[in-house]
Design a protein around this ligand. Structure first.
Ligand code: HEM
Length: 81
């Protein structure tokens, strides 16, 4: 997709629960991962990143440094920061 909406950090911060939607950012893109939360192999830990950046968490959990993880993430892109 070439033209996706631009969101503010504040828009992202408002989405940190299953009810309101779970959004995260990664490298300047915004992802709505609400549907993925229950499928996450690492369980509820994923919610620690809700409303914010994935980078600090993925730096700790190197299991995410794999192409297939980025492919999963890309399916949930909704816009850019
Ligand atoms: C494992 C995706 C966020 C913690 C995994 C795996 C995937 C995945 C695909 C399995 C990797 C493999 O074994 O090949 C994602 C996605 C995320 C996300 C798409 C964000 C949208 C997080 C966050 C944390 C986390 C924020 C921690 C705060 C873990 C842990 C595992 C894991 C601990 C290992 C589970 C195990 O093997 O027992 N994640 N993850 N993940 N994730 Fe995430």
């Amino acid at each position: 997709p070439t033209s996706m909406p631009i969101f503010t950090q504040d828009d992202v911060t408002k989405h940190r629960s299953i009810e309101e939607g779970v959004w995260v950012t990664y490298k300047g893109s915004v992802y709505d991962i609400t549907e993925f939360v229950s499928m996450h192999p690492g369980g509820d830990k994923i919610l620690l990143a809700a409303g914010g950046a994935l980078e600090p968490f993925w730096a700790l959990y190197a299991v995410h440094s794999q192409e297939h993880v980025l492919e999963i993430l890309s399916e949930y892109k909704v816009g850019e920061l």
